[in-house]
Structures are given as C-alpha cells and as structure tokens.
Design a protein around this ligand. Structure first.
Ligand code: NAD
Ligand code: MG
Length: 398
C-alpha cells in the first residue's frame, strides 16, 4: 500500500480522488490531507479516512479543526503550515495528488518534485508558472510526473510507453507523432452572441455544460483561459513545438484529447466527463481499476462535432498561446493576472470581458526578464498581481 497525500482535499479534484480511494481501499493509505479553510468538510474526511496528518493553511480554521479533533478519539495530528513541506519531502509520503487551485499550489507541488515523489498533477498553474524549472527539477530529482488533467491524461493514454516514460522530454517526431490535439468544449458561451458578453454573470459563467468543477477552473473554461493554460501545460509535459500542438473545439466533451501519428492514425481517449477516470488511471497504473464513473453509453450520446476556436470569442486563449512562446516571464504573468481577474469577476467587481483586458494589459505593462530561480518567479507573480489589483481598484480597464 502506498502512502498518499491529498493537497486540495476539500475541493472538486480532492472529492474525486477520495472517491477513487473509497473504490480501492487496498491501494492507498490516505496519510495526509491538506486544504485551506473548510473545517467541517476536513473533519468529516478525517473521521472517514483517519489520516495520520491533516493541515489547513488558514490559521483560524486550523485551530478550530484542532479543537474539533480533540473531541474525537482519532490519532490525527494537525500540522502547522510551516511543517507541510517537510512532511511532503519525508519518507512517510509516497504519492502526492497536487490539487490545490492556482499559484497557491506551487510550493507544495515543487516540494514533492524535489523529494522525487510520484506526483499526480492536477494543479496545472504550478507548471504554467514554473515551466522549465519544474521539468528540470522532475528530471534532476527523479520524480514521477503523471498528468491528471483530463486532456493531458488522454494524450498520455494515447502515447506509446516510450513517450509515457519520457514526460518532459518526449521525442514526439522520433516516435512518429505528428500532432497533439487538445480538445475543449468551448464552455457555456460557445454560441452566445458576442454583443451579450458584457452582461454575462458569474452564475452563468460558472455553469459548465459538461463538467462539474471548482469555481476558478469553471470561469477559466468559460473564457477558454483554461485551454490556454492547458496548451502551456501540454508544451511542457510533452515537449511539443508550435506545429505539434493544436486546440480544437469538441462541444460534447466525450473525446478528451487525441494524438495524431505520421502514418495517419489518430488515437483518442474517450469516456464520460468524470475526473475519476483520469485519476483512477494515474493512481492505479499500470493496472486499470474501478473509478466509480459511469460507463459511456454510445446510444444516448450526441454526434461528435469539431470546430476551430474563434479568438474574438476567446481572447484569453490567444493571449495564453502568445505567452507560451514569449517565455517564462509571460506565462507567470499571464497566470497571476488571470487569477486576480477571475477572483474580481467572481466578486462582481469587473465584467466577464474585462478578464481578458486585464490579462492583456498586465502582460503589456511588464517587461521581459530572464528567470533562473523559483524566487524570481514568485517576485514576477507578485508584481503581476499588484498591477492587476491596481487596475481593478482604479477601474482602469481598457
Ligand atoms: P476547488 O476550488 O474545488 O478546490 C481547491 C482546493 O485547494 C480546496 O481544497 C482548497 O481548500 C485548496 N486550497 C486553496 N488554496 C489553498 C492553500 N493556500 N493551501 C492549501 N490548500 C488550498 O478546485 P478544483 O476544481 O478541485 O481544482 C484544483 C486544481 O485542479 C486546479 O489547479 C484545477 O485547474 C485543476 N483541475 C481541476 C479539474 C476539475 O475537474 N475540477 C480538472 C482538471 C484540473
Ligand atoms: Mg482539463
């Protein structure tokens, strides 16, 4: 049995991960649960999974959890935040589900990488932020990186073992791959008239037509920034060139992504839109295990359709692809500005279309800088957030 740490345990991916654990009780020992603020949910998870360690990044929530746990007979230690990285690096943990949302997941994900752990990567923002530094650290420390994001997991499943074993350094052309095709549903506004975009509410944007996810990624899906972040994620995971990576809209979300080969074959991974499928794939590998997801029903499904993304509808996708080729400073800036803008949109401080305007403007205001360390990345992230917040507070959105 492997010892598992679930980072982001109270979120949507946390739910799916723990559901896969319930279906496979002999596979993983849930050793550590980590989240931000949700005391009640964490307490319930502690009672069910009896982890040896638990932590909440919010101090008040952590103190409350400690009090609540004292009233149970559980032998579960509440760790202060300052001890989380050391635990992740220790021999007590074998595998880490990295499912904290946003840049907040960078430090813990990197701690698992530096300790050479098996990492199930859902937190795409950490890879987008740190790109080459992240991939170099994976190689240097012998970590095993397995993609949880449904598209990247689908691509991984459609690749030969030789490519699967060289994540971060794939020789795609050498393995006969001509193209990696990332599919995306287009989100809830695929057919909405552009003239109505300014009146889009957060409640409408959060309602994804096919997937049930946390609030930030749901908004990212509506702007297609999510596909942009996934484009950057795919570049790093699969070592693609610009010509080898393409985004296609597939509104039904049944084909989760594809690999096109030089001989004309296209391999795709399909299934219901349920994150337990890619999670069970990485957690069970190389075996196939129960995920709890429904089997795909061929006869009640819609026909599959495909179209090219329209950048006028999805400016965030265009900004992310541009940033991908501008360099690390640009992808770090893009990610930070987007996080601030999405939060402001969810807080009703800006309009839906302002998200792209803010990201664009922050990218234009910050100058190119070469990045050679994580501390430099974090500085760029901070500066980009500051500029984005100033724009929002002053109402300066072009
Ligand atoms: P969510 O909002 O549902 O959950 C986020 C989790 O992170 C929560 O448990 C929260 O408490 C925790 N968290 C936030 N800040 C933290 C901090 N500072 N310290 C510790 N914990 C913190 O988000 P989600 O939808 O589960 O997404 C999580 C990650 O997985 C994101 O990076 C997202 O892009 C990625 N992802 C999600 C899906 C999906 O279907 N939900 C699919 C693919 C990838
Ligand atoms: Mg995805």
């Amino acid at each position: 049995m492997k010892n598992l740490a679930v980072l982001g345990a109270t979120g949507s991916i946390g739910d799916s991960t723990l559901s896969v654990c319930r279906h496979n009780p002999d596979l993983y020992n849930v050793k550590f649960l980590y989240a931000a603020t949700n005391v009640d949910k964490m307490l319930a998870l502690c009672i069910e999974f009896e982890p040896a360690y638990v932590a909440l990044s919010d101090c008040q929530a952590s103190a409350q959890l400690q009090l609540s746990l004292q009233q149970t007979k559980l032998n579960c230690k509440v760790l202060p935040e300052s001890e989380v990285l050391a635990l992740l690096g220790s021999a007590e943990i074998d595998s880490v589900m990295a499912a904290i949302v946003g840049a907040a997941g960078l430090k813990t994900t990197l701690a698992a990488v530096y300790a050479g752990k098996e990492i199930f990567l859902a937190n795409k923002e950490s890879l987008v932020m740190s790109g080459a530094l992240f991939i170099d650290a994976v190689k240097k420390h012998g970590a095993t990186l397995l993609p949880v994001d449904s598209e990247h997991n689908a691509i991984f499943q459609s690749m030969s073992p030789i490519l699967q074993q060289s994540i971060g350094a794939c020789d795609l052309a050498g393995a006969g791959v001509s193209k990696i095709i990332l599919t995306g549903s287009g989100g809830p506004f695929l057919n909405k008239p552009l003239s109505e975009f300014d009146s889009i509410t957060s409640a409408a944007a959060i309602k994804h037509p096919n997937w049930s996810m946390g609030p930030k990624i749901s908004i990212d899906s509506a702007t297609m920034m999510n596909k942009g972040l996934e484009y950057i994620e795919a570049k790093w995971l699969f070592n693609t060139t610009r010509e080898q990576l393409q985004v296609i809209i597939h509104p039904q979300s049944v084909i989760h992504s594809m690999v096109q080969y030089q001989d004309g074959s296209v391999l795709a991974q399909m299934g219901s839109p349920d994150m337990r499928i890619p999670i069970a794939h990485v957690m069970g590998g190389p075996q196939r295990i129960q995920s709890g997801a429904k089997q795909f029903d061929f006869f009640s499904s819609d026909s599959f359709t495909f179209c090219e993304p329209d950048y006028a509808r999805y400016p965030c996708l265009k900004l992310a692809i541009q940033a991908c080729y501008q360099g690390q400073h640009a992808t770090t800036t893009l990610n930070a500005a987007n996080e601030v803008a999405v939060e402001a949109f969810l807080g009703k401080k800006i309009k839906f279309s302002d998200i792209a305007n803010i990201v664009d403007s922050v990218l234009n205001q910050l100058t190119h800088q070469a990045i050679s360390s994580v501390s430099e990345l974090i500085e760029i992230d901070k500066t980009a957030r500051k500029v984005a917040v100033q724009m929002i507070n002053r109402g300066v959105i072009c």
